[in-house]
Design a protein around this ligand. Structure first.
Ligand code: UT7
Length: 335
């Protein structure tokens, strides 16, 4: 068995900044409510004509990750792409990245696990590298939320939270013998699938049916969320899966140098920090600037923390996520 390691990381967010005040011009909301309930001050949205899409942002983040890993596109053996907002219904975004980056005919796998997507994707990459099948796997989380949110008052509990962006890492065979991805831990509980979901268009809710069954002004092709229900489950599952990962490696909460939680809501991160008795230095948050970017939030935060010198060789880094499905998971890394 080999071990695997993150050898390069990068992120990209669109230039267009959307403040809470900007949103309050579109719907009945305000800066005080959004900051108090979520911690979010602003987020990025793709602007019509700026050339971005889920896959384009993925390529921008991946290009940086590859450079930092000192690799070229032809060195990549597999793409694992996590997103809930692909450019097309099918095929997935992985093949678009393969084409845009001019890669060989390597496998391109799409992961559909929403906010846990990046953690699931890292776990997949880790297995392929550990077995020796592949040497370098490109793992991406990218989302274009602004393309599909309800920016009227009806959708305000969802649309003020989410933002656009992409993050990517290269998971490589660990040639150093030091550190690496220690373990990954994944879970799901489908009985809560409706609490955070987008029903259609889908094969169960196809376009003509949606239009026929709903009033013209109220066509339900936007995501819905039972916010308080999701919040309550999130704080339990985040803590559980972080502890599960630590215990699997005979580690304790005090050993964590940096926890990168999925940026769901600053209040959720603060709750976990408090519950695990972690200091401000042990938890990284950037939701204030970017909102919740779903599968992209962990790789964006991981990259920023690393760029700011908050993650150093030998550090114990923990990634943890919870989201729609419900799905949740953690990754334990010795950097
Ligand atoms: O990343 C995937 C996982 N997602 C999450 O983890 C999200 C978890 N949930 C949350 O973050 C929170 O539940 C929200 C931020 C979504 C909502 O906060 P809340 O404190 O749970 O508010 P609420 O849904 O209970 O709504 C409270 C009030 C309601 O008004 P009434 O019924 O009390 O009159 C809402 O209609 O706030 C109202 N409201 C808003 N007001 C201003 C809902 N959204 C907004 C808004 N601006 N954007």
């Amino acid at each position: 068995m080999y071990t695997s390691k993150i050898t390069g990381l990068g992120y990209y967010v669109p230039e267009n900044i959307v403040t809470n005040d900007d949103l309050s011009k579109l719907m009945d909301t305000n800066d005080a409510w959004i900051q108090e309930r979520t911690g979010i001050k602003e987020r990025r949205h793709i602007k019509k004509g700026d050339g971005n899409s889920t896959s384009v942002m993925a390529v921008k983040a991946s290009t940086i990750a590859l450079e930092r890993a000192k690799l070229v596109p032809n060195d990549i053996d597999m793409i694992v792409f996590a997103t809930l907002s692909p450019d097309m219904y099918f095929p997935g975004g992985g093949v678009e990245v393969q084409e845009m980056m001019g890669m060989r005919t390597i496998p391109a796998l799409d992961v559909r696990n929403q906010c846990s997507g990046f953690v699931y994707a890292i776990s997949v990459a880790d297995q392929f590298v550990k077995t020796g099948m592949y040497k370098n796997v490109l793992v991406i989380g990218s989302e274009n939320h602004s393309g599909g949110l309800d920016f009227t008052t009806r959708g305000r509990n969802v649309s003020v939270i989410f933002g656009d962006g992409a993050g990517a890492v290269v998971v490589s065979r660990n040639e150093t013998g030091k550190g690496g991805i220690l373990s990954t831990h994944l879970h799901s509980e489908g009985q809560h699938k409706n609490e955070l979901s987008l029903k259609g268009p889908s094969t169960e809710h196809w376009v003509p049916q949606i239009i026929a069954e709903n009033p013209q002004e109220d066509i339900p092709y936007y995501p819905v969320m039972n916010g308080q229900f999701v919040f309550k489950h999130a704080i339990v599952r985040f803590s559980e899966v972080i502890r599960e990962g630590l215990e699997a490696n005979n580690l304790e909460v005090k050993d964590i140098d940096m926890l990168i939680p999925h940026q769901a809501n600053l209040r959720i991160s603060q709750f976990i920090q408090h519950k695990l008795k972690l200091t401000d230095d042990q938890v990284f948050n950037n939701i204030q600037k970017y909102g919740n970017t779903t599968a992209a939030s962990i790789p964006i935060a991981l990259t920023e923390a690393w760029e700011e010198g908050k993650i150093k060789e030998g550090d114990l880094v923990v990634l943890a996520a919870f989201g729609s499905g419900f799905t949740w998971g953690s990754v334990i890394i010795r950097w």
